[in-house]
Design a protein around this ligand. Structure first.
Ligand SMILES: [Zn+2]
Length: 87
């Protein structure tokens, strides 16, 4: 009985540890890679959650830290996720 409760608590703690680690890892990655994602085949930039970004292959993606950077590279705002056209 006690053993069952203990293993339940342990797995819960593990789950909390794991999920918080995953979030911070993602945040670090985001800070390193930039805010917007450009897709090379369409020359548009997107929010990260845009379906186009999810569809694009890694080699077709480029990270931009700002809108200014994306526009300087000749990229246009996506019509679907509509990121800002100015910083
Ligand atoms: Zn988009």
């Amino acid at each position: 009985m006690y053993k069952k409760i203990l293993s339940g608590i342990l797995s819960l703690v593990c789950l909390i540890c794991f999920s918080s680690a995953a979030i911070s890892q993602e945040q670090i990655q985001e800070a390193q890679q930039g805010k917007y994602v450009g897709t090379k085949f369409s020359m548009t930039y997107h929010f990260k959650y845009c379906p186009w970004v999810k569809k694009a292959k890694a080699k077709d993606k480029i990270m931009f830290k700002s809108v200014k950077e994306a526009r300087k590279a000749g990229y246009q705002a996506c019509q679907l996720c509509s990121p800002p056209i100015k910083d």
